[in-house]
Design a protein around this ligand. Sequence first.
Ligand code: HEM
Length: 492
Amino acid sequence: MAHMAQMTGAADGATVPSGFRGAELGWPELHRIPRPPRRLPLLGDVLGANPRTPVQDSMRLARRLGPVFRRKAFGREIVFVWGAEPAADLADESRFAKHVGLGVANLRPVVGDGLFTAYNHEPNWQLAHDILAPGFSRTAMEGYHRAMLDVAARLTDTWDGREKAGVAVDVPGDMTKLTLETIARTGFGHDFGSFERDRPHPFVSAMVGTLSHAQRRNVLPPGAAPLMRRAERRNAADMAYLNRTVDTIVAARRADGALRGHADLLDRMLEVAHPETGERLSAENIRRQVITFLVAGHETTSGALSFALHYLASHPDVLARAQREVDQVWGDTGEPGYEQVAKVRYLRRVLDESLRLWPTAPAFAREALHDTLLCGIHPMRRGAWALVLTAMLHRDPAVWGPDPEAFDPDRFAPKAVRARPAQVFKPFGTGARACIGRQFALHEATLVLGLLVRRYDLHPDPGYRLRVTERLTLLPQGLTLRLSRRSRAARE
Ligand code: HEM
């Protein structure tokens, strides 16, 4: 449990109180941080702001106000950071740690001290981290490969049908089916039957409901609670549905008995004790972890795949290069082996470049472990926090050049990566609380993109302009593509 004390900032034994803390409390020289010029007395900086697109609104403000800025909405003052230098400073784990706030804290009623939402000082974070991390080892990943292929085959069956019928495919909808089935199958041995349904599985609707609700609670004034009563009731029903689904999955596994060799996450949760302390996860905590993994394990990967498909379809030269690579590296193998996935390096760059422009978990928060100075100039008290706006960090012209909006996978060629400072590409967060599922997501997404570009040419709707939906995560709104099967000749 080496970094636990450090992560709580609890060298003196005290933990910083949880709940929303406005920047006024933690930043003694807040007035030096730029903010939008026109501020309304009660509402704050909401002129031109749209509660449905808080991230994109903040991106617009970031461009005007610079690498560290603040924004006040409905009585809450928040400091945003996106410059490469201050973001690198916040990545220093000896001075900063994850801050559970805003949207993440709003998920606590559903997932409590589950891995994603646990406060750093809560013992269940380290316990679950240590028990579950081996579930993402290389050996474990190899074990998931077969199931990933099986789910991908259900996607291509569906897409073959659409292609034959000459009907466009709903990209985010189908990527959500794919990623939900993948995490459910590999992690929990469960089949939601998403591809056999016309409408999203009720689990997905309940999940989208709770995510959107959490986002809405971020942007509404604290006094608006009575207006939310109906929404709160629906949210309670959504949460109850999520809980019931998970209880069914757990009960089925308990009835079947453990798998051999702790082959999946659920088995680890139910059977494995902490290697040092012998402690186990409680039934309540397992429920929280299963929901956490079902949600965190699919929503962001679905968005990442969708953005990558958008960029591939709208950049025929990139698509052709990716297709050539996959044809060459995978050859005629019906199903690529585990080892072959990491070898389609150009396709991985396409994915990285898509995650650069639209990191689908678009921000993460960091708090000071002790009184400190951000970049040597902005004093922060212990517990003060800032939101790293990843999509803008990934657009800092000082690092990414004069045209950061341009989609160019070669930015991730090894030489280009070596030439950049560390800590400037953070789609998976940073430090001890960075994404535990990173390798899982990258393997799954690269495999699926490879299978799709090998099989189809992708044709965008000529009228489509990228619009981004926000519901704590990001998705390309209304993205559809037409497909044509590639002929064997084209692949040789
Ligand atoms: C492209 C796909 C993904 C992206 C962009 C992504 C992004 C992130 C980010 C930014 C964080 C840190 C959040 C913070 O600091 O508050 C995080 C944490 C986490 N992610 Fe992911 N993620 C992805 C896929 C996955 C997958 C596939 C899984 C599970 C199979 C997963 C499970 C988690 C969990 C459990 C945490 C919390 C870790 C902890 O605090 O110990 N994620 N993810």
